[in-house]
Design a protein around this ligand. Structure first.
Ligand code: AHG
Ligand code: MN
Ligand code: MN
Length: 337
C-alpha cells in the first residue's frame, strides 16, 4: 500500500478560511489579502530560486528612499507584490520599503478597508551570494472614513493595531509564516504542486534561547550599556551561559531561525544609525506581532515595539526581538540609559 508521503495536506488557502471562521464578523477580505500574498510569495520564490540563471542578479542602478542601492530583485519583488495586491478590492493603499510615498490603488480597481505595508525583499545584499532572503508584510485596517485612497494616517498606526502580519523566508525551503492574532502558523512550499502546506501550526518560541544575532562590527559605535548587554549574552560577565552567535545579515532568516530554535536578534542604535537601521512599520512591527504570538517579545530598548506610535513612514527603530527571558535581560540592562 502506498502511504501518503505528506505530513499535512492542509493548504494555506484552507487554513486561512478555517481561521476566518474564528472571527464571526469576518467578511473574507483579510483572507483574500493573505491568499493573494501567498501567490505573490510563490512568484517571488520562483525568481529567487532561479536568480543565478536569469537576469535578476546585481544592481538595478537606482537608489531607494533609504539611500540604499536597489538590487534588481528588490524592484522585481516590489512590482510582483504591487501587481498581485492592487486589484483585489480589499486595499485602499500600500507602502513599501522600496517606494518613497504611498502606493495608491489604480482608479480602475475597487478600494477596500485595509492597507498593506511591506519589505518586498529583505536581506537583498545577500541575493548575489545565494544566502537566504525574505519578504515581510503588515496589514492594518484603515482609520480614515469613506472609501477614498488610503492616507498616511492609515499607515501611521501602532503595531498592536495590526490585523495580520507575516513573512516569507526563501531558505533551504520556502516558508510563509503569518498571524491574524490567533497564533503564528508556518507553511512550507511544495514546489512540485505549487502549494504552501501547513508544516508548523501554532509556533511557540523557547522561553530562553541558544542563538544571539547581532553585528558586532558596530561594537565601538554602541552605547556602553548596549556593549555590556551583548557581553552578558556572550557569557563574558559570568552571569549566564554564552549564546551561539549566528548572524547572516538577513533579518527574516536570522529571525526565523531564532523563532524556532530560541534566541535573540539585536540591531541596537549606533553612532552611524542613531535610531537603529530596521524600519518600524514593515520590518519591526510585523515580526514583533509574530514573535509575541509565539510567546516571545520585541522592544526598542525602552518600550514594546508594538506600542510605538509611528510619526513617519520609513522611520527606524532600535530592535531587540526573540525569546522572552533573553529580551527581558535587554529591558533590564537598557532601562537605565
Ligand atoms: P533590506 O535588505 O530589506 O534593506 O534589509 C537588510 C537589513 C536586515 O535584513 C539585516 O538584518 C540588516 O539589514 C543587516 O544590516 P547590517 O549589514 O548593517 O548588519
Ligand atoms: Mn529589510
Ligand atoms: Mn528590503
Amino acid at each position: 500500500m502506498v502511504r501518503n508521503t505528506y505530513t499535512s495536506v492542509v493548504t494555506i488557502e484552507r487554513y486561512i478560511i478555517e481561521q476566518e471562521r474564528l472571527h464571526p464578523q469576518a467578511t473574507g477580505a483579510l483572507s483574500g489579502i493573505l491568499q493573494d500574498l501567498a501567490l505573490a510569495a510563490k512568484m517571488i520564490a520562483s525568481k529567487v530560486r532561479l536568480a543565478g540563471l536569469v537576469d535578476v542578479l546585481g544592481e538595478h542602478g537606482t537608489e531607494n528612499v533609504q539611500g540604499e542601492s536597489q538590487k534588481k530583485l528588490d524592484v522585481i519583488s516590489n512590482d510582483i507584490i504591487v501587481k498581485a495586491m492592487d486589484h483585489g478590492g480589499r486595499l485602499c493603499a500600500m507602502a513599501s520599503e522600496e517606494e518613497e510615498g504611498i502606493i495608491p490603488i489604480p482608479e480602475q480597481f475597487r478600494r477596500g478597508n485595509y492597507v498593506l505595508l511591506f519589505d518586498p525583499l529583505d536581506g537583498s545584499s545577500n541575493i548575489d551570494v545565494n544566502v537566504p532572503v525574505g519578504t515581510i508584510f503588515s496589514v492594518l485596517r484603515r482609520v480614515t472614513k469613506g472609501n477614498g485612497v488610503g492616507t498616511l494616517a492609515d499607515m501611521l498606526q501602532s503595531g498592536y493595531k495590526q490585523v495580520a502580519a507575516g513573512y516569507v523566508v526563501y531558505g533551504s525551503s520556502t516558508m510563509m509564516v503569518y498571524t491574524t492574532g490567533q497564533g503564528a502558523h508556518g507553511f512550507t512550499l511544495d514546489p512540485s504542486i505549487g502549494e504552501f502546506l501547513l508544516s508548523h501550526p501554532d509556533i511557540k518560541t523557547p522561553e530562553q534561547g541558544r542563538y544571539l544575532s547581532v553585528n558586532e562590527a558596530y561594537e565601538q559605535h554602541w552605547e556602553d550599556n548596549v556593549r555590556q548587554l551583548i557581553r552578558r549574552y556572550r557569557g563574558m560577565d559570568g552571569k549566564r551561559e554564552a549564546m551561539n552567535v549566528r548572524y547572516i545579515g538577513s533579518l527574516v532568516a536570522d529571525f526565523h531561525r531564532n523563532l524556532l530554535g530560541g534566541g535573540l536578534f539585536a540591531y541596537p542604535a549606533n553612532a552611524k544609525s542613531p535610531t537603529g537601521k530596521l524600519r518600524l512599520l514593515y520590518e519591526c512591527n510585523p515580526l514583533a506581532f509574530i514573535c509575541e504570538q509565539a510567546g516571545g517579545l520585541a522592544i526598542d530598548g525602552h518600550q514594546r515595539i508594538l506600542d510605538i506610535q509611528p510619526t513617519h513612514l520609513h522611520q527606524r527603530s532600535p530592535y531587540f526581538i526573540g525569546s522572552k527571558a533573553d529580551v527581558a535581560i535587554a529591558a533590564e540592562m537598557l532601562a537605565s540609559s
